[in-house]
Design a binder for this molecule. Structure first.
Ligand code: PLP
Length: 368
């Protein structure tokens, strides 16, 4: 049976094999594996791509969030507002600093934090908001920036799923005091292992982040604060430098695939991804929504079609967060979405015939 995977990471490698191999070879022969020229060049290139002043290459998207919070000196006694409908790392990074994640329910159309509900969650302990641009759809940044100014709190964008998305013509990752990128292999710009980056316009934050990623080093073996081993590998940077120039093209291909899905699924009785007119949705995921999600997922599996649920357990109901005191029913839109969303295969090179195949199978299931 033919298998249609959620993502096929081999095709992109094959398409750019010569350039990528040469770039890896270069690093191997240089003998420079930690930071150095490749990381510095990638930082400049990402900063230029986004139009921001500083970029700091780090070990993962998770560490990017964690280090951004550390740079703001957020910790015990502080609160950070975010969405309960995201990958665990968003909240985990808050908890790791000692601060408390405070969740706010989502807007059921966009699956992003409901900006109308944030204000009620703000307390004198609130230090930051982490909006997540879920699946590639930008959060409502205008409203979030209003809250930032009104309450003097910091914004850290979680751009893990939205590198190359745009909100009202401005790239996601350029709004926050800092923004966290992930180069996990399946993200819109992925490396061949773990990697991430923090971008900011603030020179003093950038300088702090450069110390935090290397154990709070001011200079070798002189530690002026606590940090972590949070560096981006030179090898990953070299691979990313080859792939960055294709990011926009690849995101546009994702958009084409998403539009084809939406065209073919238009008459099905379920909810297609909603896109705000003013947003460029980067479609890191193409996520539909339906009541009998689990049976469709099971049926597609029997037909060789991989799907995924992003995410099945809302963060306020995770076992590890029992101590936060949340209950079932606290965030009804998140809880409903967790039962109903289903992400279909999507990647820039996904063949049109595969999309046709997937849509036919979905229609068969819906009609049956
Ligand atoms: C992938 C992801 C992360 C974490 O990135 P890693 O590089 O895997 O550590 C954080 N937040 C969101 C929303 C993600 O999708």
């Amino acid at each position: 049976m033919k298998i249609i995977p959620m993502v096929d990471l081999k095709i992109q490698y094959k398409n750019h094999k010569k350039e990528i191999d040469a770039s890896i070879q270069n690093v191997l022969e240089s003998g420079r594996f930690i930071l150095g020229k490749e990381v510095e060049s990638l930082e400049k290139e990402v900063a230029r791509y986004l139009g921001v002043k500083h970029a700091v290459g780090v070990s993962s998207g998770t560490d990017a969030l964690f280090m951004a919070l550390m740079a703001l000196e957020i910790g015990t006694g502080d609160e950070v507002i975010t969405t309960p409908f995201t990958f665990f790392a968003t909240a985990e990074s808050i908890s790791l600093t000692g601060a408390k994640p405070v969740f706010v329910d989502i807007d059921p159309k966009t699956y992003n934090i409901n900006v109308e509900k944030i204000e009620k969650a703000i307390t004198p302990h609130t230090k930051a908001i982490i909006p997540v641009h879920l699946y590639g759809q930008p959060s409502d940044m205008a409203k979030i920036m209003d809250l930032k100014n009104k309450y003097n709190i910091k914004i850290i964008e979680d751009v893990a799923q939205a590198f190359s998305s745009e909100y009202k013509g401005k790239k996601t990752g350029t709004f926050g005091d800092m923004s966290a990128l992930s180069f996990f292999p399946s993200k819109n710009l992925g490396c061949y292992g773990d990697g991430g980056m923090i971008v900011t316009d603030d020179a003093s934050l950038a300088q702090k982040l450069r110390m935090i990623r290397i154990h709070g080093d001011e200079s070798r073996y002189v530690h002026v604060r606590l940090g972590i081993n949070g560096r981006l590998d030179s090898l990953q940077a070299a691979i990313l430098r080859v792939k960055l120039p294709y990011l926009d093209k690849n995101t546009n291909l994702r958009i084409e695939k998403a539009n084809l899905y939406s065209k073919l699924l238009l008459n099905c009785e379920f909810t297609l991804p909603y896109k705000e007119d003013f947003n460029k949705h980067g479609y890191n995921q193409y996520t539909i929504r339906l009541k009998n999600r689990d049976s469709l997922k099971f049926y597609l599996e029997t037909q060789g079609i991989e799907t995924a649920v992003h995410y099945p357990i809302p963060l306020h109901l995770q076992k590890v967060y029992k101590n936060l005191g949340y209950n079932k029913g606290d965030f009804p839109e998140t809880e409903k979405a967790a039962l109903e969303v289903l992400s279909l295969p999507i990647y820039p090179e996904l063949p049109e015939e595969d999309i046709n195949f997937v849509c036919n199978k979905i229609c068969d299931f819906i009609k049956a």
